[in-house]
Design a protein around this ligand. Structure first.
Ligand code: MN3
Length: 220
């Protein structure tokens, strides 16, 4: 009989924190105060150390419940709610990992190379991208995200509004860049001015990271 393989992916290949069978909170890729041009350090620390950490804990808790159900130690009737908890919390973990890497402390030049070509092919121009990105992120009702992703059918880049952490509507979309528009992401500095936050976010997108993600997908 084949041995059960506990992991199907090398830990180094995961795009977010996972070690020794547990989801883990990766450190910020910069100091919290380094983002001061776009966000205050208190918001960044609360967001990372409290909110993101809570999604990591929630994902581990739900995954633990599902493991116990699979073993027969808990009733199978608990599976649908545990699955919903996993989707919400793991979705939060994935998108927050992407969010931290989507932000750059320095203002960025517009993309070049293959990413610029992909943006032009998908939106006509950088202005076209920004027009849709602003409208979608500002249009997210309540808590959610604006996500730049790769459409698995056309190979074009698309911008999606994601409700909560998991309702993205098109299965198979590969997220490349994400803007958190839950109020905890921006309220201390921007208050109800989500547009001001999104405009500043747009100036601080780490396009190198987006380019790397696009390149790694193109080579799969
Ligand atoms: Mn958040």
């Amino acid at each position: 009989m084949r041995e059960v393989i506990p992991r199907i992916m090398d830990e180094k290949e995961t795009t977010c924190g996972y070690e020794n069978g547990e989801y883990v909170l990766p450190p910020l890729p910069y100091a919290a105060e380094d983002l001061s041009e776009v966000l205050d350090a208190e918001t960044v620390l609360l967001h990372h150390d409290k909110h993101h950490a809570a999604y990591v804990a929630g994902a581990n808790s739900a995954a633990g419940v599902l493991r116990r159900i699979a073993k027969g130690d808990l009733a199978a009737e608990l599976a649908p709610s545990a699955m919903e908890q996993l989707a919400f919390n793991l979705g939060g973990h994935v998108l927050h990992c992407l969010y931290w890497k989507s932000l750059s402390p320095e203002q960025q030049e517009t993309p070049v190379g293959t990413l610029a070509s992909a943006i032009n092919a998908s939106f006509g121009s950088m202005e076209g991208f920004e027009r849709i990105f602003r409208a979608v992120t500002l249009g997210v009702q309540g808590s959610g995200w604006g996500v730049l992703g790769l459409d698995p059918v056309s190979g074009l880049l698309r911008i999606f509004g994601v409700q909560r952490h998991q309702d993205i509507f098109v299965p198979g979309v590969q997220p490349l860049m994400a803007c958190d528009v839950w109020e905890h992401a921006y309220y201390l500095r921007y208050h109800s001015n989500r547009a001001g936050y999104v405009d500043n976010f747009l100036k601080h997108i780490d396009w190198n990271n987006t380019q790397q993600r696009l390149t790694s997908l193109s080579h799969e």
